[in-house]
Design a protein around this ligand. Sequence first.
Ligand code: ZN
Length: 437
Amino acid sequence: MVPGTVTMYVCGPTVYDVPHIGHGRFVLVFDILRRYLEHLGLAVVHVSNITDVDDKILKRAAEEGREPWDVAATYEGVWWDTLEALNVLRPTHVPHATDYIAKMIAFIETLVEAGKAYPSSDGVYFEVSGVPDYGLLAHQSLESLRSGARVEANENKRSQLDFALWKLTPEDRWAWDSPWGRGRPGWHTECVVMSEDLLGQSFDIHGGGSDLMFPHHENERAQAACLGHDFAHIWVHNGFLVAGTEKMSKSLGNFITLPELVGSNDPRSYRLLVLQAHYRSPLAVSVDLAADGARALARIDQALGRLQGEGLAGAEPDASLMAAFHEAMDNDLDTPAATALLFQSVTRLNSLLDQNDRDGAAAVGAAVASFCSVLGLSALPAAAEIPAEVAELFARREQARADRDYALSDTLRDQLAQLGWVVEDAKGGGVLKPKLA
Ligand SMILES: [Zn+2]
């Protein structure tokens, strides 16, 4: 390990369909964690995989009469477009399962040689009874996992909890040769091999949704632990999604995909919903809640627009606000507290601007801008870059409105319109926006 560097592996998507809203939560939670660690001055090596070989991809390909790699490439494209819209930073490394087949085969051979795995008539299985603390992540003993397991009986396994490392699929065209026969790797092996290859046998954080805790993460950990590897030091699991103000389901016809949710509103509004719940708590999501979020974001943009209009952007952030922000984020990433602080600071910024306390507004405004940047809530650069001439006209127009000089205010608004900027009046002051073409 390198001091000052955080190594983090986050389980990525299986690319067989358009991403759902739950995918959005995990990418946002780990994007926020990464941004905060980088804000603290740490270098983050962030690895997140793409599972591009899987039963679901093969099924989709058969349904659509396409090649599986074509299906995977299509949905991987949708994945990155959606993450870009969500302002999610790209991982440092994005390993693909199909690029790791040889390394996975070598790893499975090591497990077989060590007596931890055994070949069977339909594949190679990992023997969980060989791992003394199996069940650690689920906080359950091997015995209670066994009695609760709803795994289909399979006579090729020594125990029902044993899991496949390599599946023999000699009839499939999409298969690879191995010492045990043609087939493809199991998902649990993919993540161990990729994380250890890119981050080493001992790394800092392993993340994913809480639905992955068992069996996926337990089975990853078991494969590494039985070989004496440290593997991940900290496991981070984000909570489930729950229906928002109304139930969202495919059968009710109001189910929306992640790109639909992102496209229905300000793309930052889903990030704001994620921030307003603690990462381990359940999260309610609906189009209505996202619309509320978009209105709250407009309040932030508007306050920062005023600050910029007054020529007060870019000062040193208020030290006590920054300390309060760090205190919240250091407390197991308490983003609800950090977000509450952000909105309180926006209110304070507006009142300082109203009172014409320029130094106070500059310091509080800089803290607001810093919170937004760390949390990934900053307005898109195109909207934030306001030419000096426009900023000056906007400031004069805001002053005219404050002075109730409506004739002058309207004249200045027209001049701004000619330069391609619109002013939307709201409670705390005008909001300056570039005119859409
Ligand atoms: Zn994984």
